[in-house]
Design a protein around this ligand. Structure first.
Ligand code: PLP
Length: 233
């Protein structure tokens, strides 16, 4: 098995070659090390390799790790966020990736206002129409963005997608192209208080294709830390 350091090096090289292929500057792409279920020691290995962006999908785990790890880490909440848990992470998450309803955005706005911070969020879009997944449709995205733009202490930065699990990453290219196009379409509406600079797309199986199609964040877990072992209680 490779070390975390070797894996990060490999992923970063792949990101660079995808950028080169697409005529992009690798500085436009930030690697998020998805560390869910992994121990603090593994995160520290990644930290020592220069990783400063980590992704977690559970509120409690993000908060625990936030408290134990260096303060210059930027924490990404990449999982589905329940409204009653927003208050625990609104001042700890650098970016909240999975916003897909006005009710959730309202709660984030309310808690951010209370804490005197601005919450930065991404709209999750479900382009493949998978029923098991969260996210709004492409048609609903603009309306949600407009409504969120009127709320205080919350700032939309762009879009996020969790593409289907596929063996062949080329099958997901259509969704990455689609998300990029949607962000351009929304951006052209020049809605006040809305940025469309961020595209969070691509995971271990398909991040190279996502980078070719414009990803600014890729979320890589297995490709850095190895397989996840979920405890069965
Ligand atoms: C777990 C997870 C990832 C990372 O998945 P890998 O296939 O292990 O790279 C990325 N994004 C989200 C939203 C996740 O939940």
């Amino acid at each position: 098995m490779n070390t975390v350091a070797e894996n990060i090096c490999h992923v970063e090289n792949n990101i660079s070659s995808s950028c080169q292929k697409a005529g992009r500057d690798p500085k436009e792409v930030t690697l998020i090390a998805v560390s869910k279920t992994k121990p603090v020691s593994a995160l520290m290995e990644a930290y020592q390799c220069g990783c400063r962006h980590f992704g977690e999908n559970k509120v409690q785990e993000l908060v625990d790790k936030y408290e134990q790890l260096p303060k210059d880490i930027k924490w990404h909440m990449i999982g589905h966020l329940q409204r009653n848990k927003v208050k625990y992470i609104v001042d700890k998450a650098y970016l909240i990736h999975g916003v897909d309803s006005l009710r959730l955005a309202e709660e984030i706005s309310k808690e951010a206002l209370k804490k005197g911070v601005t919450a930065h969020i991404l709209i999750e879009v479900n382009l493949a129409g998978e029923e098991t997944k969260f996210g709004v449709s492409a048609a609903e995205a603009e309306d949600l963005v407009r409504k969120i733009s009127l709320l205080p202490s919350i700032q939309t930065e762009g879009l996020m997608i969790i593409a289907p699990y596929v063996e062949n990453p080329e099958k997901n290219r259509q969704y990455f192209v689609g998300l990029h196009q949607l962000s351009v379409d929304i951006s052209e509406k020049n809605i006040d208080n809305v940025n469309m600079n961020v595209l969070s797309m691509g995971m271990t199986g398909d991040y190279m294709v996502a980078v070719e199609e414009g990803a600014t964040y890729v979320r890589v877990g297995t490709g850095i830390f190895g397989e996840r072992h979920y405890e069965t209680v």
